[in-house]
Write a protein that binds this ligand. Structure first.
Ligand code: GLC
Length: 566
């Protein structure tokens, strides 16, 4: 077998993020060290070896700040401390040091669109009069209608119903309304206010000074609102591709957001090595996404078009091409994402009949009623992982993808905690199904999530969960865990992988195949019939290719000699 050439050290340092594989840790559900049934920093520290053995380059930790947990930590009451359920600031610093020692960089998650209603500023705002400086940090407005009892405009919450909540004034009377695009406990802050700018500058520096390598930015496309808070009036979002420039949605992707991120970039660049950002930006149109990735703005953004693309060769290739072209136009590396804490796990999404839909299917509710073939789902999720890890740029792995976890689809309604499920009256089944606490061991009360004898996990785990654990897969060459380890090992050392370009190989309508130089090919069979295995040394495989074919829904990585030899 040919030994892949070693990635030059120059790829590290200031531009590590151009090729990084980032593992997403959802702390509530990763591992529980304290035994209260909720994951924590102690749990993360006890499993760092799993991550360095896996071969990822960095971790992104979902919000771990003090929070009333009305939206699982995305309602932050203090940006510069640690939620006691998760541990302490000292433990967070110890984790940072240990992660760095294990060769892992650390991204935190910053939530700049809204605070918690228990943040001191919002508490002050509620206690202050309409028109007061305390209220100016948020969007307080009088209601419409004779008695002000109608919301100030027609904006809708992402979690269902109007995006406004009526406050009770200090004297107990119904008062002004405040904007909250998510839960009532998540008031949107006013980014025109200098206190907001200063608060987040200080927060970025607080964590960067402690060695944090970067931030994932929550709802990055939402920070700026139309100055007049004009009605949406049925305007769709994402806006259709043909929308003329200058026609903007009143609260998503407003042009003013870019100024905020230019300023944040300056802060990241004050550090050595410079810190990096990844934006959570749901905007649909490619050129609007990559506008955030211009050289003086964010470094990377999640590629949600890839995440929502069905397992169909035509749409996948078109989406990959559009991604690569739009990112190349601004000199930014794409990222390849299959799942996260907000969407249905890929195994269960790919288990359903695949179709291209206008808005992209990502929640379980979008397809829960379609017949499911979970064996096919797992095959496709594995192949999709090899595909994603071979594409140019960086990649994200959501915890549990490396062991092929499916969505948990039968959480009883009364056990659900997601405000999306509750706010929509369970019309949307929400995101709890991808947040079920991880299994680590074959046996044990919570399959090793908590110490034995601990409180029950905060969401119920399904029967047989331990059979999917890392312990159960360890050493089994056919397992998803070992497939990921192989692939990540190859990826780390292969000069062709990570940042760069690809060249498609025309291999038939059901096959996606491409070359990356020097000497690497990825072949993915999306058809129902096996296809002949091309020449080359097998570096990684998502399905058994020893029969000299790539089975249906299988992917293979090959070390090949120069293209002219083929
Ligand atoms: C982002 C987070 C999601 C959260 C929302 C509101 O989309 O990923 O989990 O509910 O923002 O903060």
């Amino acid at each position: 077998m040919t030994t892949p050439s070693v990635q030059p050290a120059a790829s590290d340092g200031a531009t590590w993020w151009r090729r990084a594989v980032v593992y997403q840790i959802y702390p509530r559900s990763f591992a529980d060290g304290s035994g209260d049934g909720v994951g924590d920093i102690a749990g993360i520290r006890s499993h760092l070896a799993h991550l360095s053995d896996l071969g990822v380059d960095a971790v992104w930790i979902n919000p771990w700040y003090p929070s009333p947990m009305k939206d699982a930590g995305y309602d932050v009451s203090d940006y510069r401390d640690i939620e006691p359920v998760f541990g302490s600031l000292a433990e967070a610093e110890a984790l940072l040091a240990e992660a760095h020692a294990a060769g892992l960089r650390v991204f935190l998650d910053i939530v700049p669109n809204h605070t918690s209603d228990k943040h001191r500023w919002f508490v002050d705002a509620l206690a202050s009069a309409p028109g007061s400086p305390e209220r100016a940090r948020f969007y307080f407005r009088d209601g419409r209608g004779e008695h002000g009892d109608l919301p100030p405009n027609d904006w809708q919450s992402e979690f269902g119903g109007p995006a406004w909540t009526r406050a009770t004034e200090a004297d107990g009377t119904p008062g002004q309304w405040y904007l909250r695009l998510f839960a009532p406990e998540q008031p949107d802050v006013n980014w025109d206010h200098p206190d907001i700018v200063a608060e987040f500058d200080e927060t970025l520096r607080f964590w960067f000074d402690r060695g944090v390598d970067g931030f994932r930015i929550d709802v990055a496309h939402g920070l700026v609102k139309d100055a007049g808070l004009r009605d949406i009036d049925g305007m769709p979002f994402p806006l259709p591709d043909e929308t003329p420039e200058g026609v903007d949605h009143p609260h998503w992707d407003q042009p003013g957001v870019h100024e905020i991120f230019r300023h944040w970039r300056e802060i990241a660049d004050e550090y050595d090595p410079p810190r990096a950002y990844c934006g959570e930006i749901w905007v649909g149109r490619d050129h609007r996404l990559t506008a955030y990735l211009r050289a003086d703005e964010l470094h990377t953004a999640f590629n949600f078009n890839h995440l929502m693309c069905p397992w169909l060769p035509g749409p996948l290739r078109a989406s990959i091409d559009a991604t690569i072209a739009s990112h190349a136009a601004v000199g930014a590396p794409p990222t390849w994402v299959l799942g996260n804490h907000d969407v249905c796990r890929p195994v269960s999404r790919f288990a359903r009949p695949q179709e291209l839909t206008k808005d992209g299917d990502r929640f379980l509710s979008h397809f829960a009623d379609r017949p499911a073939d979970f064996a096919a789902g797992l095959r496709r999720a594995r192949a999709a992982a090899l595909l994603s890890l071979a594409l140019p740029g960086g990649a994200y792995i959501y915890q549990g993808e490396e062991i092929g976890l499916p969505e948990v689809e039968d959480i009883p309604l009364e056990a659900m905690q997601d405000p999306l499920a509750i706010g929509t009256g369970y019309e949307n089944l929400g995101r709890d199904g991808c947040r079920v606490p991880l299994p680590w061991t074959r046996h044990g009360d919570s399959a090793g999530f908590s110490p034995d004898g601990a409180a029950s996990p905060w969401l119920p785990q399904p029967k047989g969960w331990g059979g999917l654990s890392a312990e159960a897969q360890e050493g089994d060459v056919a397992s998803t865990l070992e497939m990921y380890r192989d692939a990540l090992h190859v990826r780390r050392h292969h000069e062709a992988l990570g940042d760069g370009t690809l060249t498609w190989i025309e291999a038939g309508p059901d096959v996606l195949a491409f070359r990356r130089d020097p000497g690497f090919e990825c072949w993915v069979n999306l058809g129902a019939d096996p296809v002949p295995l091309p020449d080359g040394e097998v570096l990684a495989e998502s399905a058994d290719v020893s029969g000299a074919t790539i089975p249906a829904d299988g992917a293979v990585w090959l070390q090949v000699s120069s293209p002219s030899d083929r």
